[in-house]
Design a protein around this ligand. Sequence first.
Ligand SMILES: [Zn+2]
Length: 288
Amino acid sequence: MRPKENSPVNIIMRLKKYPYKKNIANNWELIFQNPCNITIESFQTGTVKLNRQGTINPDHPLGKDVQEEELEVPILSHWIHHESKGDFLLDTGLDASYIRDKLGGLEGSGIDEFQLKENENIAYHIQKKNIHLNMIFLSHLHSDHAAGVRELPKDIPYVIAKGEYAQYQPEIPDFLEGLEELYEIDFSHAQHIHPLGPSADLLGDSSLWAIHTPGHTPNHISFLINTLDGPILQTMDAAFIYENLKLGVAPSDYTWDVDKAQKTLERIIDFLNKYPQVRVGTGHEAFK
Ligand SMILES: [Zn+2]
């Protein structure tokens, strides 16, 4: 779930500004009135074992009764297909190196272990569906969300939020090796759309939005997909499981700033209460 100390990798990365414009609509109601021919399909790329206590912050008054329990949850990557703009991924999940090595070839103390079966790695899913990726958006750079970059095309743009790479650079394992540039979404210029806050219209037609959801990491991103069947919010790791949303308690494990994570979760819950037509997926539970 988090990058850990690993042999330092010297990556010379060019950071470029991801170009996007403000959308003329400045509220979700209007945005949802203009849905797009865009679909989402989630791939499972292995599993990770979490402790229920910590997945739900036990120091929060509403989380104090949560008992210790091991939860084995999926590691997800989401394929976005846009009728005219092509194919995208939201996070990559794991690459095949985890099939035979729970540590994915990383060395050092505290490296996270994942379980991956044959034919579950992200390149397998992409090949099987014959997807030609145009671009990859990463919610953050934790290994269960970004390790798959190692087996994906390097000649397409990769996009994260501004500041996320700088924050983790010294600890980054080799997931990004071979990439020469990263595009960054600068949320400081993004429009604020209540109640979620800074939101970027990624493809310029209201179809796919990046939402600034700090806390899990400093510049974590959640995504909103404005489909013809209704809007879908993918919280990514702003909520690990549905219980975070149900109880109103953010995770504390693997979390950069627990207070910020809690505030972000509360904004998401406000949004979901205000717009009950929005379906939601969390970081580690498949979208229902
Ligand atoms: Zn994470």
